[in-house]
Design a protein around this ligand. Structure first.
Ligand code: SAM
Length: 282
């Protein structure tokens, strides 16, 4: 179906679709409608999610950069009821891996050039990367399928945030999808650089154990994974230079560290809670 509609209306439709992500009960009823845009004269598509990702990953820095680095992170994909998706799911459980096609709903804008997390060779064209900052913010993750329970898929290796709208699911088919000799494009040339070695002082170890035991936050793994990528401030790393040394923020905690060559020494962990927050919690 091709409709001629004013651009303002299109924006409204897209906006209402995006804002309805948090309200799972409101469904998007304009499935697959193709609209003509007046600004470029090209067709526009309005998509409808089939479901949403549910997991404990609330912010972008908490998620792995790719499923392979997610180290088994579990998630559920809850498909919407009343849409015959139980039939659409039949036979999917016979596949060990599936493709999840999703919408980067936390990305309001795109950038033609992006700085990949480990890049030492500068910005890259977004189409040459797996960055979320795309003109159509569509993500593609291959994840392990543990089991299907009704309309819920239990998956491992999620790099998707909680609430991510899912657009489609497909089996990962080894004979056609796996290309072991594919290489790593520009990553082979200069990126990623060798990982930094991250060491922890005894005080930091004690403090991290305390934090993990009380909050469940896997702070050591988070610090190690982030600092292994490099100690420099970066859009994806909450790193600051201090008067003495440097500091990485992980949620409300602040890890102080020093750098020598490719060795990073984490000295201690401090609280980054504001006094007003502490007063609220006490
Ligand atoms: C580099 S992207 C790769 C995603 C997918 N594997 C791909 O290649 O298209 C993964 C990152 O996207 C971010 N992310 C995940 N879900 C998102 C969402 N719903 N909206 C915006 N950013 C998201 C997280 O920061 C995560 O680390």
């Amino acid at each position: 179906m091709l409709l001629k509609l004013p651009v303002g209306y299109l924006i409204l439709v897209m906006w209402s679709a995006l804002t309805s992500v948090s309200s799972r009960t409101r469904s998007w009823r304009i499935l697959g409608v193709m609209l003509s845009s007046e600004d470029h004269g090209e067709p526009r598509l309005v998509l409808e999610p089939i479901g949403f990702v549910r997991n404990a990953l609330a912010t972008k820095v908490e998620a792995a950069r790719q499923p392979q680095a997610a180290d088994g992170t579990p998630a559920q994909i809850e498909l919407l009821p009343g849409r015959h998706f139980e039939h659409a799911l039949e036979d999917l459980a016979s596949w060990k891996w599936i493709w999840v096609i999703f919408w980067f709903h936390h990305n309001p804008a795109w950038r033609p050039k992006v700085l990949p997390p480990r890049s030492v060779t500068g910005r890259k064209g977004v189409f040459a990367t797996r960055s979320p900052h795309r003109p159509n913010p569509i993500g593609l993750s291959v994840v392990r399928l543990e089991r299907v329970d009704g309309l819920t898929l239990h998956i491992l290796d999620s790099d998707m945030l909680d609430g991510t709208p899912v657009l489609d699911l497909k089996p990962y088919v080894a004979y056609t999808d796996a290309h072991p000799d594919a290489g790593n494009g520009w990553l082979d040339d200069a990126d990623p650089v060798r990982a930094y070695d991250v060491h922890f002082d005894a005080l930091a170890v004690e403090q991290m154990q305390w934090i993990e035991a009380r909050t469940g936050l896997p702070i050591e793994a988070r610090i190690r994974a982030t600092l292994a990528l490099g100690p420099e401030p970066h859009p994806y790393r909450r790193i600051r230079r201090l008067k003495e040394g440097m500091q990485l923020a992980v949620k409300e905690w602040r890890a102080r560290f020093s750098v020598e060559g490719r060795e990073i020494r984490v000295i201690d962990i401090a609280s980054g809670f504001r006094l007003s927050e502490l007063a609220m919690r006490s």
